[in-house]
Design a protein. Structure first.
Length: 551
């Protein structure tokens, strides 16, 4: 496989608010900028359903806010790649990022890798992860509708997410280790004043337990220990919001870090390595909020501008400026695509989405048949509408509609209804299906599956590809997802790719909202959830190599 090697003025590792702000400033200065993000652009803030403290924006949500940041960066000419960075080389005049999509080089780099939710380590935490213990209210809150929920933590996330969880929970108990909340008073007061929230200070969780499912939790509060057990037949949830662990694996041996693993930077956001800057939650800071992340990104970018300019002189390079993308002034002012559909335009795919898909679909090599297996349900009607729009996008996408008599048993033809089956041009099943309408965060993974089925497909390490194709046992993978979950697409893309490449593997992806029987059968209380051969149940995001190792 020919290795991709592209050169940029600057590479930004991480597509959260810090990385997006850096991209805006660098691209606006007409530098060639590449943003590399493993998952969905936007970072942790995309799981926040309500943002009300970003200056100049009265009220929005994390996804909308960061989508506008990305559009702004793209307008100035920044490029984006969804790729997993395998390693970084930060020494010398040329920095490099080795990814699963090739190697990219640049004169300078911004590290904006952020942080991930921290585990507490109480007894039963990992055993019941996905079966009552969760870390994302947006992804998993609906699993606990009508139940009691415990929120562990006393910071911003704990207080804000506790209020969010009241949409679903019967009652929310906040367990705070300190004598008071450690976040802004306004946020703490909102939680304490809510009629469905009860706060326990100087308290900690000691243990969570049960037989197969979460049945009790033990807490310590000041000088007493108490045990919570729900009413017979009821469940409950534990949401952990105990801060974040810095995502430093790629560079922990190359730059100076604190004892806690955070990136040490100076007033200009420069790290201990020349040409390398830090921004956002990965850095040492007192306040981890969107507003401080974008501030870091702006400072890092303007500092990097000066460094890159000096490197051009030092290395006698000729600078090539980038052009802005063809987006109208009205779009720049509004932060919206000019071709975005109006509310009454209808349909599943907006004009802007179709425009963004065009470069990908133009690269399809052979026809892929999407077989829509429909019944009489309202979900099937939605799926049919989606299929009608999809087949208009490319001559390489052929949608066929197969209908089942309402009285017929699905087992007769071995197909689950409703579903979207990936098939060859001749109609041969390729091994993977999606059950539902792939909206939200799953639309991208669905398009990637089309791209991989039709070719040329995403690059994959030859050794890993050979392992997948030579799997000597037959496996069936069921993946249960939520369309609002930012962690699900990585796992979905992994299982779909393995099914497309391995003749012995089949993969079915289910939108949890339409298949509650799977939730009950496997006691699923968190997504993503992967079930292998109806027995092995695994929670959390996983890449293609991790899934291959499990198989």
């Amino acid at each position: 496989m020919k290795e991709n090697m592209e050169f940029y003025d600057s590479i930004i590792v991480g597509g959260g608010p810090a990385g997006l702000a850096a991209a805006i400033y660098l691209a606006r200065a007409k530098y060639r900028v590449l943003v590399i993000e493993k998952e969905k652009i936007g970072g942790q803030i995309t799981i926040t359903s309500e943002v009300v403290n970003y200056p100049g924006v009265l009220k929005t949500d994390g996804t909308h806010l960061t989508d506008n940041m990305r559009r702004q960066a793209e307008y100035f000419g920044a490029e984006f790649r969804q790729a997993e960075v395998k390693s970084l080389d930060l020494e010398g005049d040329m920095k490099s990022a080795v990814t699963d999509k090739g190697t990219f080089r640049a004169l300078g780099m911004v590290l904006a890798t952020g942080a991930s939710p921290r585990k507490i380590g109480f007894k039963g935490e990992m055993e019941f992860r996905g079966r009552g213990v969760a870390y994302c209210a947006t992804c998993d809150g609906e699993f606990f509708t009508g139940m009691d929920v415990f929120v562990i933590g006393g910071g911003f996330a704990a207080a804000e997410e506790a209020v969010f969880l009241t949409k679903y929970a019967k009652k929310v108990y906040i367990i705070v280790r300190e004598e008071e909340f450690t976040c802004a008073q306004s946020v703490a007061e909102a939680a304490m004043a809510h009629p469905k929230i009860e706060v326990h200070f100087q308290s900690e969780i000691l243990e969570a337990g049960g037989m197969g499912r979460l049945e009790y939790a033990v807490f310590t509060e000041k000088d007493r220990t108490w045990k919570y057990e729900p009413e017979a037949g009821e469940g409950f949830g534990i949401f952990v919001f105990a801060g974040y662990a810095p995502s430093n694996e790629l560079f922990k041996d190359q730059v100076e870090l604190t004892d806690q693993g955070y990136l040490v930077t100076d007033i200009d956001q420069k790290t201990s390595v020349d040409g390398v800057y830090g921004a956002g939650d990965i850095c040492v800071k007192n306040l981890r909020q969107v507003v401080t992340a974008v501030s870091d990104g702006a400072v890092a970018a303007t500092s990097l501008e000066k460094y890159v300019s000096a490197m051009y002189e030092k290395l006698h390079l000729e600078r090539q400026e980038v052009d802005r993308k063809n987006i109208s002034l009205e779009e720049e002012k509004s932060g919206e695509r000019a071709d975005a559909p109006s509310q009454d335009e209808g349909g599943f795919l907006s004009a802007s989405v179709k425009q963004q898909l065009a470069p990908v679909l133009d690269r399809l090599e052979k026809t892929v048949t999407l077989e829509f297996c429909l019944d009489s349900s309202s979900l099937s009607r939605e799926m049919e509408g989606f299929g009608n729009e999809l087949q208009e996008l490319s001559p390489k996408i052929q949608c066929v509609f197969r209908r089942k008599d309402g009285q017929e048993q699905a087992a007769e033809d071995g197909i689950e209804y409703p579903s979207i089956r990936f098939c060859s041009e001749k109609g041969d099943y390729l091994g993977t299906s999606f059950h539902g309408v792939p909206g939200g965060h799953e639309f991208n993974s669905f398009v990637i599956a089309v791209y991989n089925a039709s070719g040329p497909g995403q690059p994959i390490e030859p050794e890993l590809l050979e392992r997948i194709r030579n799997l000597d046992a037959r496996h069936h993978i069921q993946t249960v997802v939520s369309l609002s979950c930012t962690m699900c697409p990585e796992l979905v893309m992994a299982v779909q790719r393995i099914a497309l490449e391995s003749p012995g593997v089949t993969a079915d992806v289910y939108d949890m909202a339409h298949f509650p029987e799977l939730k009950d059968k496997y006691q699923i209380m968190s997504v993503p959830c992967m079930i292998i051969d109806g027995e092995g149940v695994y929670f959390g995001k996983k890449g293609i190599e991790e899934v291959a190792n499990l198989l």
